[in-house]
Design a protein around this ligand. Structure first.
Ligand code: PRP
Ligand code: URA
Length: 206
């Protein structure tokens, strides 16, 4: 299952983040803001529990989140989405997966992994701005499932049909949410039109 979250506020910010003239400070701010909007949609079905809250006037029947949520940014660009999702769910735990695509083959290799044990019973939310060939996302989901994760959601900013198909073929149970499904990959396996190299644009390493 995948969903393109096309709210006008997201489309406006996508126009700004894609712009080649947007510098790293604004790029980071936009990544945070877009992440909040997409995650808002991605979290719409999480379990809640009924609680009674005393207002100054009476008892209110309220609801609070009732799930262990673990956010897993894929290093390094995924870290640019961490503030956005943690501002929605401040009590979430955070795990890290370090993956880097080979510039020639686009194959990901793993260089770091640190996961809270709560991934076994909670919801694991992978965040990475770019889901291109899908290789990095599939590798991250493989790692999570090997550690016992049962429910995995992926949130990205830009993806394309090829990447979605690769992830859905390998992990049909995973839900994917994106701000945009772009038309294609180029010969270097970059999303087109995309927004370029998300890690470089976030951290000013261009
Ligand atoms: C980028 C991006 C994803 C991956 C997407 O990371 O942030 O992790 O490429 O490509 P894929 O879907 O084809 O695997 P990159 O490997 O460039 O590392 P970085 O975040 O350190 O810049
Ligand atoms: N990684 C990026 O940062 N951008 C792409 O378009 C593809 C992979």
């Amino acid at each position: 299952m995948h969903e393109e979250v096309t709210h006008p506020c997201i489309q406006h910010k996508l126009a700004l983040i894609r712009d080649v003239d947007t510098g790293h400070k604004m790029f980071r701010e936009l990544a945070t803001e877009i992440t909040m909007f997409v995650c808002y949609e991605a979290l719409k079905n999480i379990r809640i529990k009924a609680v009674d809250v005393e207002t100054p006037l009476a008892t209110a029947k309220c609801h609070m989140i009732d799930e262990d949520i673990v956010v897993i940014p894929i290093l390094r660009a995924g870290v640019g989405m961490l503030d956005g999702i943690l501002s929605l769910i401040p009590s979430a735990r955070v795990g890290f997966v370090g993956l880097e695509r080979d510039e020639e083959t686009a194959e990901p290799s793993t260089y770091y992994e640190k996961m809270p044990h709560q991934i076994k019973n909670g919801i694991s939310i992978i965040v990475d701005p770019m889901l291109a060939t899908g290789g990095s996302t599939v590798a991250a989901i493989d790692m999570l499932k090997k550690q016992g994760a049962k429910r995995v959601v992926v949130v990205c900013i830009v993806t394309c049909a090829e990447g979605l198909q690769a992830v859905e073929a390998a992990h049909p149970d995973v839900q994917i949410y994106a701000a945009s499904i772009d038309p294609e990959l180029n010969e270097k396996k970059y999303i087109v039109p995309g927004l370029g190299d998300a890690g470089d644009r976030l951290y000013g390493t261009i």
